[in-house]
Ligand binder design. Sequence first.
Ligand code: DGL
Length: 265
Amino acid sequence: MRRATAARANSPIGVFDSGVGGLTVFREIARALPHQSLIYLGDSARVPYGTKSPKIVERYALQAADHLVQRGIGMLVVACNTATSAALPALQERLSIPVIGVIEPGARAATERTKGRVGVIATEGTVNSKAYTRAIKKIKPSVEVIESAAPLFVALAEEGWANTHVAREVAEVYLEPLLDAGIDTLVLGCTHYPILRGTIEHVVGDAVAIVDSAETTAACVRSMTLETDGEPQHLFLVTDAAERFRRIASEFLEQEIGELELVAL
Ligand code: DGL
């Protein structure tokens, strides 16, 4: 298997997800590497990925990656757990640039924080793949991992409803069984979920440590990137509903997003 380990200097980093969720990763990378140019691709025409089969998600991920490679990226960040669980090996095989997924960094952070019982909330696709259980147990076999799907969080994030009473009630339904099972650490195993972090924290309380793999993934990207200086360019690409993406992305990033293009994959 070909495996590149260092980003091409001066090339933008490509970050992709099914929709707005990967912006949680984009934001952390932009904070960690403030001079680095970034291209974000949200496959908004085909969101959600989480309810689709791994074969289809792999095909979508390869198409997104090919598009970003044509735009000259020097590293690809798969800012989607579902696509990481379904397509990371295929992407690493196909591309001659480094490809980073979000599961390994999140699993590592969970093992560092837990006292023994980790809850993972993710999409159906990620939960069915058991990728988090495998990644956590590979690092620390004694940790107990309880995975649970929370698909409505994706819709709530895409809808801009992260801080509503609806989100709060949904969070209670999803999280109470995990709290009853005695988890001490909760992995937000979908990049949409940190958008609801405030609501999730409110429900789980202070006794449960939250792992947001966006932060740990950004640290991993930083360790593989040569810092540049100068003005970074941030380009956003979507496959549908550009103005809707602009509204939600601007709200989440707390700044007007600049260049936004509609693309076909
Ligand atoms: N944000 C993605 C993830 O991390 C995908 C959510 C979805 O499209 O269902 O899994």
